[in-house]
Design a protein around this ligand. Structure first.
Ligand code: AMP
Length: 296
């Protein structure tokens, strides 16, 4: 299977080659054809499966086939649960649209809204956003969603976990009812299924990984230790393994800060990233990724 055989146009094939991708991943093989046909898609796919290209490539193709070059109303809206994911999706959109005449923007909270407003004023074909800032800017009249043709909910399960159901409902009321909908989720709980029913119309189901399993490339180990020994074990594993990049998930924000201090006192450079940190601190933590502590 090649990207070409999926029906993608040359401008996208060129961008994909530039990224160094040789063959489409399973989610891309399954999701791209129905999306290109204009169908609604409900896909189970986790991060790391190539899901972003799975929806971005066909979305860009549809937009480029039917250009609206002048005022450039928002025609594709991608909602993500976190600012970091929004930025990641936006970067993907930029890469894949390199050879197309399409403009993209990303908006999320925690940073000055003025540069985002300026970008919106210049016209944007593809908007990637987190729900809060999107609703804010719409309320202030800086943005209209009345011309949205493609609506994507990325990591829908995390959106629900983070309490975005009401925001999603609000955003749904701002976009046209005739549109193409794409919904991606790592899990399929009852809540996700009922959300899917309110958003998607006769969706094509796409499953790239069996439900609730982890990516195969990841080896997993469990260490059973008493609570008070966890930090020392972690320090020993990092030091013995000479690990350079480590993600540590903690249950609470406080726990993340605490662990960070303990790692620092063991001369392991660490930064915490969670909702109480400013966006500047979060962005910096990602940029200097050595050891990050994410709160899950
Ligand atoms: P995602 O699941 O969308 O977060 O993508 C995970 C990673 O896989 C990203 O770094 C992508 O750049 C990369 N990727 C996406 N599609 C392919 C592909 N067909 N071949 C190789 N790498 C890919």
């Amino acid at each position: 299977m090649t990207f070409q055989s999926l029906g993608l146009i040359e401008a996208l094939l060129k961008a994909v080659r530039l990224q160094g991708y040789e063959t489409p991943s399973p989610i891309q093989q399954k999701a791209i054809p129905p999306i290109l046909e204009g169908l609604d898609v409900l896909a189970s796919a986790q991060t790391g499966t190539g899901k972003t290209a799975g929806f971005t490539l066909p979305m860009l193709q549809i937009l480029s086939k039917n250009p609206v070059p002048h005022r450039r109303p928002v025609r594709a809206l991608v909602l993500t649960p976190t600012r970091e994911l929004a930025d990641q999706v936006y970067t993907n959109v930029k890469h894949y649209s390199k050879f197309l005449d399409l403009r993209a923007a990303v908006i999320f909270g925690g940073v000055n809204q003025n540069p985002q407003i300026k970008q919106l004023r210049n016209g944007v074909d593809v908007l990637v956003a987190t729900p809060g800032r999107l609703i804010d800017l719409e309320n202030q009249g800086h943005l209209s969603l009345s011309k949205v043709e493609i609506f994507v909910l990325d990591e829908a399960d995390r959106m629900l976990d983070m309490g975005f159901k009401r925001d999603i409902d609000k955003i749904r009321s701002l976009i046209p009812s005739r549109r193409q909908n794409l919904m991606f989720s790592a899990t399929f709980s009852r809540e996700i299924k009922s959300l899917a029913q309110t958003i998607l119309q006769r969706p094509t189901l796409v499953e790239a990984t069996p439900e609730n399993t982890t990516v195969e490339a990841i080896a997993q180990q469990i260490y059973r230790v008493a609570k008070e020994k966890k930090t020392n074990l972690l320090i020993k594993l990092i030091q013995d393994g000479q690990w350079q990049q480590v993600l540590v998930f903690t249950r609470t924000k406080h726990g993340a800060n605490n662990l960070c201090k303990k790692l620092e006192s063991a001369r392991i450079s660490a930064m915490a990233i969670h909702g109480n940190k400013s966006q500047g601190a979060r962005t910096k933590a990602l940029a200097v990724l050595k050891i990050m502590i994410f709160v899950c």
